[in-house]
Write a protein that binds this ligand. Structure first.
Ligand SMILES: CC(C)[C@H](C(=O)O)[C@@H](O)C(=O)O
Ligand code: SF4
Length: 467
């Protein structure tokens, strides 16, 4: 048998039919659904008189539009948002899919709820009408976003028409230095490869620094595969993965678990498998990083200065000029001199319990800078409950943070959590595009620990200076 990558193995196990030109029909194991990209898909089914083919493999949860303030049971003011959430309530009921409504403690960001509930398992194909479906790749699943017409196709048939991507290996060797986290790895990789570096590829992240990460950290890394342009990102499952999955509500139990485990243990890239592209970074050389511009590839170590546009090549010179202007920065200015108005800790990149622990560790016994607006939005109701039990919520509140309910929130500002014009945010989310967090708002992406550090000092800060 010819050697295979992990991606090859999962792909081969799911091909239902292959055409001469390589177009395949893939079986889909899990279909996650949120309120933004599903209304037309369900409507299409309804109009055609079709059913959801596998409601038991379809999991829906509202996340993007939901308010995160404590009074959210009052309902949603914005009409468009309200219509989308109400449509999901109705569609989930009418079509009989698994559903976690806003009133359910298990509600949260779809990419946090899936793994938490044990829906996401190694070796699976997982899709969702959402680009950050890549998150689930942390379990050694082939997971990626799909468009609304594909959502309808998967709902109706539990299959997806796909062509295979190429194989890319991103290896992070050695150990990370203290203060350096999964978020710094994933940003550093995009800084290195650019936002188009992964185009046409599925990335497998490997190497000692990746192995050393917790499942939460691995999810953070895979989450941003999409910002690096890749179709998906994945990590071979190991004992940490199996341990995380075991006992989750929807994970297999008993003999079924043992049978699944036997297969999961075969899910790794063979030694002599072929890679179309390889990128290697040394773990010990990665610093805590932040973004200075309006693209996730605008990444620099926190010790750096705002770059001069002329230091870039070709088309990037103009883009850098515009980004620096939009961000209200000056070339040569130290990144640590950039003053921050708002801190947002949350999102499917960094809204898990470990992220909250990392931020709370820095904030313990401290207060945020006067005048700072700071919010923590746990990724799910269960993350929130756990953080309360561990005393993290008290640390956040005592420091001056708002302690919110679960949702996407200020990651993309589809609910009332938005930046105002010119407001500058240190954010643990994954996208820093113009206006992403509110009209003319400015975003600096960083890790939860770095976000906490900025909240305390009022400017971008090397977290290692605070510990
Ligand atoms: C709304 C949704 C389609 C979108 C995505 O696909 O990523 C959102 O989650 C985002 O992060 O921009
Ligand atoms: S948290 Fe942000 S990136 Fe993740 S699904 Fe929601 S909007 Fe998209």
């Amino acid at each position: 048998m010819s050697p295979k990558t992990l991606y090859d193995k999962i792909w081969d196990a799911h091909v239902v039919q292959e055409d001469a030109d390589g177009t395949c029909l893939l079986y889909i194991d899990r279909h996650l659904v949120h309120e933004v990209t599903s209304p037309q898909a369900f409507e299409g089914l309804r109009m055609a008189g079709r059913k959801v083919r596998a409601p038991e493999k379809t999991i829906a949860v509202p996340d993007h539009n939901v308010p995160t303030t404590l009074d959210r049971a009052k309902g949603i003011d914005n009409e468009e948002s309200r219509i989308q959430v109400e449509a999901l309530d109705k569609n989930a009921k009418d079509f009989g899919v698994h559903y976690y409504p806003v009133s359910d403690v298990r509600q949260g960001i779809v990419h946090i709820v899936g793994p938490e509930q044990g829906w996401t398992l190694p070796g699976m194909t997982v899709v969702c009408g959402d680009s950050h479906t890549a998150t689930h790749g942390a379990f050694g699943a082939l997971a990626h976003g799909i468009g609304t017409s594909e959502v309808e196709h998967v709902l109706a048939t539990q299959t997806l028409i796909q062509k295979k991507s190429k194989n890319m290996k991103v290896e992070i060797t050695g150990k990370l230095k203290p203060g350096v986290t999964a978020k710094d790895i994933t940003l550093a990789v995009i800084g290195e490869t650019g936002t188009a570096g992964g185009t046409g590829y599925v990335i497998e992240y490997c190497g000692e620094a990746i192995r050393d990460l917790s499942m939460e950290g691995r999810m953070t890394v895979c989450n941003m595969a999409i910002e690096g342009g890749a179709r998906a990102g994945l990590i071979a499952p190991d004992e940490k993965t199996f341990e995380y999955v075991k006992g989750r509500p929807h994970a297999p139990k008993g003999a079924q678990f043992e049978a699944a485990l036997a297969w999961w243990k075969t899910l790794y890239s063979d030694d002599d498998a072929h890679w179309d592209k390889v990128v290697t970074l040394k773990g010990e050389e990665i610093e805590p990083v932040v973004t200075w511009g309006t693209s996730p590839e605008d990444v620099l170590p926190i010790s750096a200065v705002v770059p001069a546009p002329e230091s870039f090549k070709g088309g990037k010179v103009e883009a850098a000029k515009r980004a620096i202007e939009y961000m209200g920065l000056t070339p040569g200015q130290k990144l640590t001199d950039i003053q921050i108005d708002t801190v947002f800790i949350g999102s499917c990149t960094n809204g898990r319990i470990e992220d909250l622990r990392a931020a709370a560790e820095i904030l313990k016994g401290k207060k945020i800078k006067e005048g700072m607006r700071a919010l923590v939005v746990p990724g799910s109701g269960l993350v929130r409950a756990q953080a309360e039990e561990e005393g993290l919520a008290d640390i956040f509140k005592e420091a001056g943070f708002e302690w919110r309910l679960a949702g996407c929130s200020m990651c993309l500002a589809m609910n009332p959590d938005q930046l105002s014009e010119g407001e500058r945010c240190a954010s643990t989310s994954n996208r820093n595009f113009e206006g992403r967090q509110g009209y003319k708002g400015r975003t600096h992406l960083l890790s939860p620990a770095m976000a906490a550090a900025a909240a305390i000092t009022g400017h971008l800060t090397d977290v290692r200076d605070l510990v």
